[in-house]
Design a protein around this ligand. Structure first.
Ligand code: SAH
Length: 215
């Protein structure tokens, strides 16, 4: 259920994100519209509108609202753009991208999270294309994408993802293996040629490679 209390807390969260420097009104509207508490377990409902990451099971987290807003803003989504997300997790970031008018393809390596987010998003009336698989491989069958967002800490920029991006498109990726990663936006200006901008430190769970899939 989405109550007046939740709506009020959400409005305050949006004000906080604005204070922290998020300026894209479309992103702020999306966050205002989406009941984040419904992406979390009941036990955490009281934390849903704090600007914090929270556990969603399988040792994973729903990203901090500021991080979701920041990455969404960097993507500069236009209506109907094809966006590939790596790390569906709770489905919350996916939902923000859908609200922004994107056609979303999202990959998750935990089967339980993949299934849960699918049910959740469908219940909300959203029907993104969700895949259980390895984000390092991307989705060659659906490429090329206008934008690619990685929502886990990547040790390097996966070659397949670079290939699957349209020329002119962006990859937004937190890069690094330590506790903190550097947020990068890479603009593909030609085949094999990228212009990279840096946007400071963020903290994500790792993007895992060569591990057998977990349930
Ligand atoms: N976007 C999510 C954030 C989830 S945290 C949200 O809004 O809730 C990052 C997610 O990336 C985790 O669910 C984790 O299981 C997933 N992940 C990690 N490595 C991955 C990989 N190689 N391929 C696909 N998903 C991966």
């Amino acid at each position: 259920m989405d109550t007046y209390r939740h709506k009020g807390l959400r409005k305050k969260l949006v004000d906080l994100l604005r204070e922290k420097g998020i300026t894209d009104e479309r992103v702020l509207n999306a966050i205002n519209a989406i009941p984040r508490h419904l992406f979390m377990d009941n036990a955490f409902v009281n934390f849903a509108y704090k600007d914090q990451a929270f556990p969603i099971g399988a040792d994973q987290t729903i990203s901090q609202p500021y991080t979701v807003a920041f990455q969404s803003q960097l993507l500069e989504i236009k209506q109907k753009e094809k966006v590939l997300e790596i790390g569906t997790g709770s489905g919350y970031q996916c939902c923000v991208l859908l609200e922004l008018g994107a056609k979303v393809f999202s990959i998750e390596r935990h089967r339980s999270l993949h299934q849960k987010s699918k049910v959740q998003l469908n219940n909300f009336g959203y029907f993104p294309k969700l895949f259980f698989g390895d984000g390092y491989k991307g989705l060659p069958a659906y490429a090329p994408f206008d934008k690619i967002i990685i929502t886990a800490a990547a040790p390097y920029v996966p070659e397949e993802l670079k290939k699957q991006l349209k020329i002119g498109g962006y990859i937004v990726i937190p890069l690094g293996e330590g506790e903190q990663q550097e947020m990068l936006r890479m603009n593909k200006i030609a085949e094999n040629e990228f212009v990279t901008e840096q946007f400071g430190n963020f903290s994500f769970v790792p993007m895992l490679e060569n591990k057998s899939f977990s349930s």
